[in-house]
Write a protein that binds this ligand. Structure first.
Ligand SMILES: *Cc1c(COP(=O)(O)O)cnc(C)c1O
Length: 389
Protein backbone atom coordinates (compact mmCIF):
# COMPACT_ATOMS: atom_id res chain seq x y z
CA UNK A 1 0.00 0.00 0.00
CA UNK A 2 1.26 3.46 -0.85
CA UNK A 3 2.06 5.96 1.86
CA UNK A 4 -0.67 8.58 2.31
CA UNK A 5 0.84 11.84 3.61
CA UNK A 6 -1.13 14.38 5.69
CA UNK A 7 -0.68 17.01 3.00
CA UNK A 8 0.63 17.17 -0.54
CA UNK A 9 0.79 19.52 -3.54
CA UNK A 10 -1.46 19.12 -6.59
CA UNK A 11 0.45 19.91 -9.77
CA UNK A 12 -1.48 20.23 -13.03
CA UNK A 13 -0.25 19.96 -16.62
CA UNK A 14 -0.81 23.71 -16.91
CA UNK A 15 1.54 24.24 -13.92
CA UNK A 16 4.26 22.25 -15.64
CA UNK A 17 3.98 24.16 -18.91
CA UNK A 18 3.88 27.47 -17.01
CA UNK A 19 7.23 26.61 -15.40
CA UNK A 20 8.61 25.37 -18.71
CA UNK A 21 7.67 28.68 -20.32
CA UNK A 22 9.60 30.57 -17.65
CA UNK A 23 12.65 28.36 -18.18
CA UNK A 24 12.55 29.24 -21.89
CA UNK A 25 12.11 32.97 -21.20
CA UNK A 26 14.67 35.73 -20.61
CA UNK A 27 14.14 36.02 -16.86
CA UNK A 28 14.59 33.40 -14.17
CA UNK A 29 14.26 36.05 -11.46
CA UNK A 30 13.06 39.69 -11.23
CA UNK A 31 11.07 39.46 -14.46
CA UNK A 32 7.49 40.31 -15.47
CA UNK A 33 5.71 37.29 -13.93
CA UNK A 34 6.31 38.16 -10.27
CA UNK A 35 4.28 41.42 -10.38
CA UNK A 36 1.58 39.54 -12.30
CA UNK A 37 1.41 36.90 -9.57
CA UNK A 38 1.28 39.62 -6.91
CA UNK A 39 -1.53 41.40 -8.79
CA UNK A 40 -3.58 38.23 -9.08
CA UNK A 41 -3.25 37.55 -5.33
CA UNK A 42 -4.29 41.15 -4.64
CA UNK A 43 -7.36 40.73 -6.86
CA UNK A 44 -8.24 37.36 -5.38
CA UNK A 45 -8.15 38.40 -1.71
CA UNK A 46 -9.21 42.02 -2.32
CA UNK A 47 -6.17 43.72 -0.83
CA UNK A 48 -4.36 46.72 -2.30
CA UNK A 49 -0.71 45.59 -2.15
CA UNK A 50 1.10 42.26 -2.25
CA UNK A 51 4.81 41.48 -1.76
CA UNK A 52 5.79 37.94 -2.76
CA UNK A 53 8.95 36.51 -1.20
CA UNK A 54 10.88 33.24 -0.89
CA UNK A 55 8.93 31.94 2.14
CA UNK A 56 6.22 32.85 4.63
CA UNK A 57 8.95 32.96 7.26
CA UNK A 58 10.67 35.77 5.31
CA UNK A 59 7.32 37.53 4.86
CA UNK A 60 6.68 37.41 8.62
CA UNK A 61 10.18 38.75 9.27
CA UNK A 62 9.88 41.77 6.95
CA UNK A 63 6.31 42.36 8.16
CA UNK A 64 7.65 42.70 11.72
CA UNK A 65 10.45 45.01 10.55
CA UNK A 66 8.10 47.15 8.47
CA UNK A 67 5.92 47.65 11.56
CA UNK A 68 9.03 48.78 13.41
CA UNK A 69 9.45 45.86 15.83
CA UNK A 70 12.66 46.53 17.75
CA UNK A 71 14.92 45.10 20.40
CA UNK A 72 13.18 44.32 23.70
CA UNK A 73 9.71 45.12 22.33
CA UNK A 74 7.12 42.33 22.50
CA UNK A 75 5.49 40.15 19.88
CA UNK A 76 2.68 37.86 21.01
CA UNK A 77 1.45 34.90 19.02
CA UNK A 78 -0.57 31.72 19.48
CA UNK A 79 1.01 28.82 21.37
CA UNK A 80 -0.51 26.49 18.76
CA UNK A 81 1.50 27.36 15.67
CA UNK A 82 4.60 26.51 13.70
CA UNK A 83 7.86 27.84 15.17
CA UNK A 84 8.21 30.32 12.27
CA UNK A 85 5.50 32.63 13.68
CA UNK A 86 7.43 33.22 16.90
CA UNK A 87 10.89 33.11 15.32
CA UNK A 88 9.99 36.17 13.20
CA UNK A 89 9.89 38.21 16.42
CA UNK A 90 13.22 36.84 17.64
CA UNK A 91 14.88 37.74 14.31
CA UNK A 92 14.12 41.38 15.22
CA UNK A 93 15.66 40.90 18.68
CA UNK A 94 12.20 41.39 20.13
CA UNK A 95 10.78 39.32 22.98
CA UNK A 96 8.14 36.72 22.26
CA UNK A 97 5.22 35.59 24.39
CA UNK A 98 2.41 33.11 23.77
CA UNK A 99 -1.36 33.34 24.08
CA UNK A 100 -3.28 30.19 24.95
CA UNK A 101 -5.86 28.75 22.55
CA UNK A 102 -9.63 28.65 22.48
CA UNK A 103 -11.12 25.26 23.43
CA UNK A 104 -13.34 25.09 20.37
CA UNK A 105 -11.46 26.74 17.49
CA UNK A 106 -7.86 25.98 18.61
CA UNK A 107 -7.08 29.56 17.57
CA UNK A 108 -5.67 32.18 19.92
CA UNK A 109 -8.16 32.67 22.78
CA UNK A 110 -9.74 36.11 23.00
CA UNK A 111 -10.30 35.66 26.75
CA UNK A 112 -6.67 34.80 27.38
CA UNK A 113 -5.52 37.64 25.12
CA UNK A 114 -7.75 40.18 26.95
CA UNK A 115 -6.51 39.07 30.37
CA UNK A 116 -2.88 39.10 29.32
CA UNK A 117 -3.28 42.59 27.84
CA UNK A 118 -4.88 43.92 31.01
CA UNK A 119 -1.98 42.60 33.06
CA UNK A 120 0.65 43.77 30.55
CA UNK A 121 -0.82 47.26 30.67
CA UNK A 122 -0.46 47.48 34.42
CA UNK A 123 3.11 46.11 34.15
CA UNK A 124 3.89 48.49 31.27
CA UNK A 125 4.80 45.55 29.01
CA UNK A 126 2.21 45.81 26.24
CA UNK A 127 3.05 44.08 22.94
CA UNK A 128 3.94 46.06 19.82
CA UNK A 129 2.58 43.29 17.60
CA UNK A 130 0.01 40.54 18.08
CA UNK A 131 0.17 37.77 15.48
CA UNK A 132 -2.98 35.65 15.32
CA UNK A 133 -2.63 32.40 13.36
CA UNK A 134 -5.59 31.05 11.37
CA UNK A 135 -5.10 27.47 12.47
CA UNK A 136 -6.02 24.80 9.90
CA UNK A 137 -7.48 27.56 7.69
CA UNK A 138 -10.21 28.77 10.05
CA UNK A 139 -10.03 32.51 10.75
CA UNK A 140 -9.43 33.85 14.23
CA UNK A 141 -11.98 36.22 15.77
CA UNK A 142 -10.42 39.20 14.00
CA UNK A 143 -13.13 41.67 14.96
CA UNK A 144 -12.38 41.17 18.66
CA UNK A 145 -8.63 41.31 18.08
CA UNK A 146 -9.03 44.56 16.15
CA UNK A 147 -11.09 46.06 19.00
CA UNK A 148 -8.40 45.08 21.49
CA UNK A 149 -5.71 46.58 19.24
CA UNK A 150 -7.50 49.94 19.37
CA UNK A 151 -7.79 49.78 23.15
CA UNK A 152 -4.17 48.65 23.78
CA UNK A 153 -2.50 50.15 20.74
CA UNK A 154 -0.77 47.17 19.11
CA UNK A 155 -0.29 46.24 15.44
CA UNK A 156 -1.73 43.06 13.89
CA UNK A 157 0.00 40.61 11.54
CA UNK A 158 -2.24 37.71 10.50
CA UNK A 159 -0.23 34.53 10.02
CA UNK A 160 -2.54 33.22 7.30
CA UNK A 161 -0.06 30.57 6.16
CA UNK A 162 -2.87 27.97 6.25
CA UNK A 163 -5.62 30.13 5.01
CA UNK A 164 -5.39 31.53 1.46
CA UNK A 165 -8.81 30.98 -0.15
CA UNK A 166 -10.58 30.92 3.23
CA UNK A 167 -13.05 33.61 4.27
CA UNK A 168 -13.96 35.61 7.36
CA UNK A 169 -17.25 37.52 7.52
CA UNK A 170 -17.64 36.95 3.77
CA UNK A 171 -14.28 38.58 2.94
CA UNK A 172 -11.27 36.62 1.76
CA UNK A 173 -8.58 36.14 4.40
CA UNK A 174 -5.69 38.42 3.41
CA UNK A 175 -7.95 41.40 2.68
CA UNK A 176 -6.50 42.97 5.87
CA UNK A 177 -9.90 44.34 6.87
CA UNK A 178 -8.93 43.86 10.52
CA UNK A 179 -5.12 43.86 10.37
CA UNK A 180 -2.04 45.73 9.16
CA UNK A 181 -0.46 42.85 7.24
CA UNK A 182 -1.41 39.26 6.37
CA UNK A 183 1.02 36.53 5.37
CA UNK A 184 0.48 33.43 3.19
CA UNK A 185 2.75 30.40 2.74
CA UNK A 186 3.22 28.57 -0.54
CA UNK A 187 5.08 25.57 0.88
CA UNK A 188 3.97 22.36 -0.92
CA UNK A 189 1.67 21.20 1.90
CA UNK A 190 -0.19 24.53 1.93
CA UNK A 191 -3.23 25.47 -0.21
CA UNK A 192 -1.27 26.55 -3.31
CA UNK A 193 2.46 26.13 -3.82
CA UNK A 194 5.51 27.74 -5.39
CA UNK A 195 7.89 25.04 -4.05
CA UNK A 196 9.02 27.42 -1.34
CA UNK A 197 7.45 30.84 -1.13
CA UNK A 198 5.21 33.27 0.66
CA UNK A 199 3.53 36.65 0.38
CA UNK A 200 2.56 39.59 2.56
CA UNK A 201 -0.60 41.60 1.82
CA UNK A 202 -1.36 45.11 3.08
CA UNK A 203 -3.60 48.08 2.30
CA UNK A 204 -0.98 50.47 3.69
CA UNK A 205 1.26 51.93 0.96
CA UNK A 206 4.09 52.81 3.37
CA UNK A 207 4.26 49.27 4.78
CA UNK A 208 4.18 47.99 1.21
CA UNK A 209 7.15 50.14 0.17
CA UNK A 210 9.12 49.10 3.26
CA UNK A 211 8.53 45.41 2.68
CA UNK A 212 9.37 45.69 -1.02
CA UNK A 213 12.64 47.33 -0.17
CA UNK A 214 13.51 44.87 2.64
CA UNK A 215 12.87 41.96 0.25
CA UNK A 216 15.81 43.08 -1.87
CA UNK A 217 18.69 44.38 0.29
CA UNK A 218 16.94 47.63 1.26
CA UNK A 219 17.77 48.91 -2.20
CA UNK A 220 15.54 51.17 -4.31
CA UNK A 221 15.67 52.19 -7.98
CA UNK A 222 12.98 54.82 -7.45
CA UNK A 223 14.74 58.21 -7.86
CA UNK A 224 11.95 59.93 -5.93
CA UNK A 225 13.08 58.03 -2.85
CA UNK A 226 16.82 58.65 -3.24
CA UNK A 227 18.33 60.36 -0.21
CA UNK A 228 21.41 61.72 -2.00
CA UNK A 229 22.41 62.61 -5.58
CA UNK A 230 18.87 62.32 -6.97
CA UNK A 231 19.91 63.86 -10.30
CA UNK A 232 23.18 61.99 -10.81
CA UNK A 233 22.72 59.45 -13.65
CA UNK A 234 25.44 57.19 -12.28
CA UNK A 235 23.37 56.56 -9.14
CA UNK A 236 20.73 54.26 -10.61
CA UNK A 237 20.08 52.51 -7.32
CA UNK A 238 20.64 53.30 -3.63
CA UNK A 239 20.58 51.23 -0.47
CA UNK A 240 18.49 53.03 2.14
CA UNK A 241 18.08 50.35 4.82
CA UNK A 242 19.54 46.95 5.72
CA UNK A 243 17.44 44.45 3.79
CA UNK A 244 17.83 40.85 2.67
CA UNK A 245 17.71 38.69 -0.39
CA UNK A 246 14.19 37.33 0.17
CA UNK A 247 13.21 37.51 -3.51
CA UNK A 248 10.92 35.02 -5.19
CA UNK A 249 12.19 33.66 -8.51
CA UNK A 250 10.24 33.85 -11.77
CA UNK A 251 10.12 30.05 -11.77
CA UNK A 252 8.31 30.14 -8.42
CA UNK A 253 6.05 33.03 -9.48
CA UNK A 254 5.12 31.21 -12.69
CA UNK A 255 4.14 28.13 -10.74
CA UNK A 256 2.24 30.25 -8.22
CA UNK A 257 0.33 32.17 -10.90
CA UNK A 258 -0.74 28.91 -12.49
CA UNK A 259 -1.62 27.32 -9.12
CA UNK A 260 -3.73 30.35 -8.24
CA UNK A 261 -6.06 29.58 -11.15
CA UNK A 262 -6.87 26.24 -9.44
CA UNK A 263 -7.45 27.64 -5.97
CA UNK A 264 -11.27 27.48 -5.96
CA UNK A 265 -11.12 23.93 -7.20
CA UNK A 266 -8.57 23.02 -4.51
CA UNK A 267 -10.68 24.53 -1.73
CA UNK A 268 -13.84 22.79 -2.97
CA UNK A 269 -12.06 19.43 -2.90
CA UNK A 270 -10.70 20.06 0.60
CA UNK A 271 -14.21 21.00 1.79
CA UNK A 272 -15.65 17.81 0.29
CA UNK A 273 -13.11 15.68 2.15
CA UNK A 274 -13.77 17.54 5.41
CA UNK A 275 -17.50 16.96 4.94
CA UNK A 276 -16.96 13.27 4.37
CA UNK A 277 -14.79 12.99 7.49
CA UNK A 278 -17.39 14.93 9.51
CA UNK A 279 -20.08 12.43 8.46
CA UNK A 280 -17.89 9.38 9.02
CA UNK A 281 -16.83 10.38 12.54
CA UNK A 282 -20.01 11.99 13.84
CA UNK A 283 -21.20 9.01 15.90
CA UNK A 284 -17.73 7.92 17.01
CA UNK A 285 -15.34 8.77 19.84
CA UNK A 286 -13.40 11.02 17.48
CA UNK A 287 -13.86 14.74 18.08
CA UNK A 288 -14.21 16.58 14.77
CA UNK A 289 -13.08 20.20 14.20
CA UNK A 290 -15.73 22.73 15.23
CA UNK A 291 -16.37 25.63 12.81
CA UNK A 292 -17.55 29.14 13.66
CA UNK A 293 -20.29 30.66 11.50
CA UNK A 294 -18.07 33.71 10.86
CA UNK A 295 -15.43 31.71 9.04
CA UNK A 296 -15.22 29.60 5.91
CA UNK A 297 -12.14 27.41 6.36
CA UNK A 298 -9.69 26.56 3.59
CA UNK A 299 -9.15 23.22 5.41
CA UNK A 300 -5.38 23.20 5.19
CA UNK A 301 -5.58 20.66 8.04
CA UNK A 302 -8.24 18.37 9.44
CA UNK A 303 -7.41 18.11 13.17
CA UNK A 304 -9.29 15.47 15.15
CA UNK A 305 -9.04 15.04 18.90
CA UNK A 306 -8.67 11.72 20.66
CA UNK A 307 -9.57 11.75 24.33
CA UNK A 308 -7.76 8.66 25.62
CA UNK A 309 -10.36 8.24 28.38
CA UNK A 310 -13.01 7.37 25.80
CA UNK A 311 -10.90 5.17 23.54
CA UNK A 312 -9.08 1.90 24.15
CA UNK A 313 -5.88 3.34 22.68
CA UNK A 314 -4.10 6.59 23.47
CA UNK A 315 -3.39 9.35 20.96
CA UNK A 316 0.21 8.19 20.80
CA UNK A 317 -0.73 4.55 20.14
CA UNK A 318 -3.13 5.60 17.42
CA UNK A 319 -0.46 7.89 15.90
CA UNK A 320 2.01 4.98 15.79
CA UNK A 321 -0.52 2.48 14.45
CA UNK A 322 -1.71 4.78 11.67
CA UNK A 323 1.86 5.46 10.61
CA UNK A 324 2.46 1.68 10.60
CA UNK A 325 -0.53 1.45 8.27
CA UNK A 326 1.15 3.94 5.92
CA UNK A 327 -1.12 6.82 6.88
CA UNK A 328 0.96 9.93 7.51
CA UNK A 329 -0.92 11.42 10.43
CA UNK A 330 0.77 14.35 12.13
CA UNK A 331 0.66 16.53 15.24
CA UNK A 332 -0.10 20.21 14.64
CA UNK A 333 1.32 21.51 16.85
CA UNK A 334 3.79 20.92 19.63
CA UNK A 335 3.26 24.20 21.58
CA UNK A 336 6.09 26.43 20.32
CA UNK A 337 7.47 27.18 23.79
CA UNK A 338 7.93 23.46 24.52
CA UNK A 339 10.76 23.26 21.95
CA UNK A 340 14.22 23.12 23.58
CA UNK A 341 15.22 26.50 22.12
CA UNK A 342 12.24 28.21 23.75
CA UNK A 343 12.58 26.25 27.01
CA UNK A 344 16.05 27.74 27.27
CA UNK A 345 14.48 31.19 26.99
CA UNK A 346 12.63 30.34 30.21
CA UNK A 347 9.25 28.96 29.15
CA UNK A 348 7.95 26.13 31.33
CA UNK A 349 5.79 23.10 30.61
CA UNK A 350 2.18 23.93 31.44
CA UNK A 351 2.46 27.60 30.38
CA UNK A 352 -0.58 27.41 28.07
CA UNK A 353 -2.92 24.75 29.46
CA UNK A 354 -5.34 24.45 26.54
CA UNK A 355 -2.58 24.31 23.93
CA UNK A 356 -0.91 21.49 25.88
CA UNK A 357 -4.18 19.60 26.29
CA UNK A 358 -4.71 19.94 22.54
CA UNK A 359 -1.17 18.75 21.79
CA UNK A 360 -1.86 15.59 23.82
CA UNK A 361 -5.08 14.83 21.92
CA UNK A 362 -4.71 16.12 18.36
CA UNK A 363 -4.07 14.09 15.23
CA UNK A 364 -4.08 15.77 11.83
CA UNK A 365 -5.25 13.27 9.25
CA UNK A 366 -4.64 13.41 5.48
CA UNK A 367 -6.42 16.15 3.55
CA UNK A 368 -5.39 17.47 0.12
CA UNK A 369 -7.10 17.82 -3.26
CA UNK A 370 -5.53 14.67 -4.75
CA UNK A 371 -6.63 12.38 -1.87
CA UNK A 372 -8.78 9.79 -3.66
CA UNK A 373 -12.10 8.41 -2.43
CA UNK A 374 -10.54 5.04 -1.70
CA UNK A 375 -7.68 6.66 0.22
CA UNK A 376 -10.23 8.65 2.25
CA UNK A 377 -11.96 5.37 3.03
CA UNK A 378 -8.70 3.77 4.17
CA UNK A 379 -8.07 6.71 6.54
CA UNK A 380 -11.64 6.62 7.89
CA UNK A 381 -11.72 2.86 8.48
CA UNK A 382 -8.31 2.77 10.08
CA UNK A 383 -9.11 5.62 12.49
CA UNK A 384 -12.57 4.25 13.38
CA UNK A 385 -11.07 0.83 14.00
CA UNK A 386 -8.30 2.18 16.26
CA UNK A 387 -10.66 4.35 18.33
CA UNK A 388 -13.29 1.65 18.98
CA UNK A 389 -13.73 0.99 22.68
C1 LIG B 1 4.06 26.84 7.03
C2 LIG B 1 3.93 27.86 8.09
C3 LIG B 1 4.83 28.93 8.23
C4 LIG B 1 6.10 29.02 7.45
O1 LIG B 1 5.90 28.95 6.11
P1 LIG B 1 7.18 28.85 5.11
O2 LIG B 1 6.61 29.29 3.80
O3 LIG B 1 7.57 27.41 5.12
O4 LIG B 1 8.24 29.73 5.62
C5 LIG B 1 4.56 29.90 9.16
N1 LIG B 1 3.48 29.83 9.96
C6 LIG B 1 2.60 28.80 9.88
C7 LIG B 1 1.41 28.79 10.77
C8 LIG B 1 2.81 27.79 8.96
O5 LIG B 1 1.97 26.75 8.90
Amino acid sequence: MNFIPYGKQSITKADISAVENILRSDYLTQGPILPKFENEIAKKVNCKNVVAVNSATSALHIACLALGLRKNEWLWTSANTYVASANAGLYCNAKVDFVDIDKKTYNLSIDDLSQKLKKAKSDNLLPKIVMPVHFAGQSCDMQSIKELSEKYNFKIIEDASHAIGGKYLNQYIGSCQFSDISVFSFHPVKIITTGEGGAATTNDDKLYEKMRSLRSHGVTRDKERFEENPDDEIWNYQQLSLGFNYRMTEIQAGLGLSQLSSIDNFITKRKCIAKRYNEAFKNSKIIIPWQTKDSCSSYHLYPVRINGKNTSKSQKEIFIQMRKNNIGVNIHYIPVYRHPYYSKLGFKKGYCIEAERFFKEVLTIPIYPGLSNSEQEIVINCLLDLTKK
